[in-house]
Design a protein around this ligand. Structure first.
Ligand code: NAP
Length: 296
């Protein structure tokens, strides 16, 4: 039968084409270019690499970007003040505070300081809640939304399928489970305290790995023909690898996203498209508010 590799590049190219069309409409209707800001705190190399990838994709479609770098020892108050400035800037339609954060900073406090209408990675409580209410207009976290775009591009059936999501972080595992559930999959979530992980993954039509451990999912943990979505980004001997042990998984799985070249490519363009979506939501809310103003 052979395992089909689900290449992220054609998916990213198709989404980029759609972004270009959306941008033209945005400029025509609102007379402005959408703007994206990236907040970098400290010197984490993976955050710097992600910043470079986001800027490259955003600038390639014509979205204005502004990178704001803070020292790793910046106080919570300093970070909060920067978020308040970005919430108020009319030239910035969406922004992200890149992970990982220095340990003295609160992820929850940062998330909920962000204006939900500018929350292009769907991390505020408001957007996370709306995601679980199956709101199609929500600004969904870009990594799982990219995973869903990839599954859709390759016509992977979801309705009635059993999906096992390994990982329960608020940015990858949990929102991925919510999106799969909204697509009518039957969803099981596993995590580091799950006993006998393989007993769950072997029942799955779709296995989603969002763990952060190289080689955590092996071929003997899969049902033959299963679809495997690998979000893992790990470095072993200077090489980027996923959470899936490709050597043992390839002879068993029906479909697999490669690392690199799979989910990561799609995440970045989904994030960039969310800037256009956020800008559109902001303008339509302003229009609704001005219609509610009594005539003078
Ligand atoms: P995270 O916050 O560290 O969460 C990891 C999750 O995996 C946790 O829920 C943890 O369980 C679970 N876990 C850890 N060890 C496990 C084990 N042995 N068995 C079962 N579950 C285990 O990481 P994240 O932010 O969700 O990221 C996950 C991976 O995706 C990382 O490699 C990250 O670099 C990558 N990532 C990729 C993209 C992309 O675009 N492809 C974007 C973002 C992140 P507990 O909750 O019990 O601790």
């Amino acid at each position: 039968m052979g395992c089909e590799l689900l290449d992220g590049r054609p998916v990213a190219r198709a989404l980029r084409e759609r972004a270009l069309g959306e941008l033209t409409r945005f400029r025509n209707v609102y007379g402005q270019n959408p703007g994206l800001a990236i907040v970098l705190i400290g010197e984490d190399p993976s955050a710097h690499a992600y910043r470079a990838a986001i800027c490259k994709v955003a600038e390639s479609v014509g979205i204005y970007t502004d990178v704001l770098a803070l020292a790793a020892d910046s106080s919570q108050e300093r970070v909060n003040a920067l978020i308040d400035q970005l919430n108020a800037r009319p030239d910035i339609h969406g922004f992200v505070v890149l992970q990982p954060l220095p340990p003295h900073l609160s992820r929850v406090e940062i998330a909920d300081r962000i204006d939900p209408l500018k929350d292009i990675d769907g991390i505020t409580t408001f957007n996370a809640g709306r995601l679980f209410h199956d709101d199609r207009d929500v600004l969904a976290p870009s990594t799982p939304a990219g995973g869903m775009a990839l599954l859709k591009h390759y016509d992977v059936p979801l309705a009635g399928q059993h999906a096992v999501v390994v990982g329960r972080s608020p940015v990858v595992g949990k929102p991925m489970a919510a999106l799969l559930l909204a697509a009518n999959a039957t969803v099981t979530i596993c995590h580091s305290r799950t006993r006998n992980l393989g007993a769950f993954t072997r029942q799955a039509d779709i296995v989603v790995a969002a763990i952060g451990r190289a080689g955590a999912i092996t071929g003997d943990m899969l049902k033959p023909g299963a679809t495997v979505l690998d979000f893992g980004v790990n470095f072993v001997g200077g090489q980027m690898v996923g959470d899936v042990d490709a050597d043992s998984v390839l002879p068993v799985a029906g479909r697999l996203t490669p690392v690199p070249g799979g989910t990561g490519r799609v995440t970045t363009i989904v994030l960039v498209r969310n800037v256009i979506k956020a800008g559109t939501l902001q303008y339509s809310q302003q229009q609704q508010a001005s219609r509610r103003q009594p005539a003078t």
